[in-house]
Ligand binder design. Structure first.
Ligand SMILES: [Zn+2]
Length: 152
């Protein structure tokens, strides 16, 4: 790493520690040329994933959007915010592990449904009602029946 003070390429790492909540590693370096210290940050390269919506529109995939949708579905339910955030992180990891640049919104919706189904029945039905576009009480009844028939 080139020294910002004297442009020497020779340095040694004197300290490494996690930064940005573990998303990065901060390395403290000491130039062998002039002895000045400087820091570098190392992060994983995160490929941009885009979501193709049913309308055909593309939008950047973000964990925040998933978490926001789940928070809406779990509003006023006895779930710790941390539980929802962790589920959002797990969904992001699974979506990224597909290794696709473009992911249909249906795939993400199905992931969110599966996660909410694990967390809370009410949250699941709330999300499903919006996501699947319920228009009648029969839609709700069918979804509730599905829930009751699931294997324990
Ligand atoms: Zn230097």
């Amino acid at each position: 790493m080139r020294c910002p003070y004297c442009a020497s390429d020779e340095d040694r790492v004197v300290d490494s520690r996690p930064a940005e909540g573990g998303a990065a590693v901060r390395r403290r370096r000491e130039c062998r040329g002039c002895g000045q210290r400087f820091s570098t940050y190392e992060r994983t390269e995160q490929a941009l994933v885009v979501v193709r919506k049913r309308s055909g529109e593309l939008e950047p995939f973000t964990r925040d959007k998933i978490v926001a949708g789940m928070e809406k579905a779990t509003k006023n339910l006895p779930l710790a915010p941390e539980t929802v955030r962790r589920a959002g992180a797990a969904i992001e990891a699974r979506v990224r592990s597909l290794g696709r640049r473009e992911v249909p919104s249906e795939v993400i919706g199905a992931e969110v449904l599966a996660a909410l189904r694990e967390l809370d029945d009410v949250a699941y039905v709330r999300f499903a009602s919006v996501y699947k576009g319920f228009t009648s009480s029969q839609d709700f009844a069918r979804e509730l029946a599905n829930l009751q028939h699931r294997e324990p």
